[in-house]
Write a protein that binds this ligand. Structure first.
Ligand code: UDP
Ligand code: MN
Length: 264
């Protein structure tokens, strides 16, 4: 056990909390040996805070408006970067020496503690533009100095995609060329529709996938699930293929068996 390192996620509302809960539970199921931390914002209800604290070691509220003045300023100048700037708060967790950030729409399928052997800034390629990294899974080192530089970068340059991924890619711009050790293998951030875009690779490597990322507009919690059959309902949902369906079923299985009982 390493108590000065942590897995970190973010949920700014009760909906994304459902994703964070399943992610946290999936890390526990895989016997993660680091602390589990969730960053939340003031909109998250008291009920969800209580539930989150049953899965996570730390539930930390971050508030843009109440934070230091420079954050406030950055937020006012670029209101569209709200959630982005919130994600950047993970660099303020300086009671940890190193962390792995995971989006709330990711699911851990096997132990990923070895990610802590990597250094800042490590991430996997984005499936849409592989010279950019996907910011749904990354290794970072908390530092108020880095946090300040990131906010400054956000105020000065904004984000080319309006979100954290564009900002982080332009800040850590040497990622694609400088150090291959900072390229995480794709199995640490597999977008759930990859089996569809390159199915032979999925057939060859799919069984070693460690983290699935439900990237895009339709999240697991947007589907309907039939607890009797243990599968999501497919009508009208445009599911791409059976692999994607099996990842969704896995997400729902954890939600049904381990998260819903926490509400009782
Ligand atoms: N997020 C959040 N509330 C929101 C939108 C995003 O808490 O309203 C957080 C959450 O951790 C989420 C991450 O920001 O996983 C990135 O957003 P999302 O996963 O929706 O983007 P995608 O991966 O689909 O590009
Ligand atoms: Mn995501």
């Amino acid at each position: 056990w390493v108590s000065d390192q942590a897995f970190v996620t973010l949920a700014t509302n009760d909906i994304y909390c459902q994703g964070a809960l399943v992610l946290g539970q999936s890390l526990r199921n895989q016997r993660a040996t680091r602390r589990l931390v969730v960053l939340i914002t003031p909109q998250v209800s008291n009920l969800l805070r209580v539930i989150l604290s049953k899965v996570f070691d730390e539930v930390i509220e971050v508030n843009l408006i109440d934070s230091a003045d420079y954050i406030h300023l950055a937020f006012l100048k670029r209101p569209e970067l709200g959630v982005t700037l919130t994600k950047l708060h993970c660099w303020t967790l300086t009671h940890y020496s190193k962390c792995v950030f995971l989006d709330a729409d990711t699911l851990v399928l096997s132990n990923i503690d070895e990610l802590f052997d990597r250094t800042e800034f490590s991430a996997a390629p984005d499936p849409g533009w592989p010279d950019c990294f996907n910011s749904g899974v990354f290794v970072f080192q908390p530092s108020l100095e880095t946090h300040g530089l990131l906010l400054q970068h956000a105020t000065d340059h904004g984000s080319f995609d309006g979100a954290d991924q564009g900002l982080l890619n332009s800040f850590f711009s040497s990622w694609s060329t400088a150090d291959i050790h900072k390229h995480l293998p794709f199995i640490y951030n597999l977008s759930s529709n990859t089996a569809y875009t390159y199915s032979p690779a999925f057939k060859r490597f799919g069984s070693s996938v460690k983290v699935v990322h439900f990237l895009g507009p339709t999240k697991p919690w947007n589907y309907k699930y039939n607890p009797q059959t243990g599968s999501v309902l497919e009508e009208g949902s445009g599911l791409a293929n059976q692999h994607q369906t099996s990842f969704l079923n896995l997400w729902w299985k954890i939600y049904q068996h381990s998260i819903l009982p926490l509400y009782e």
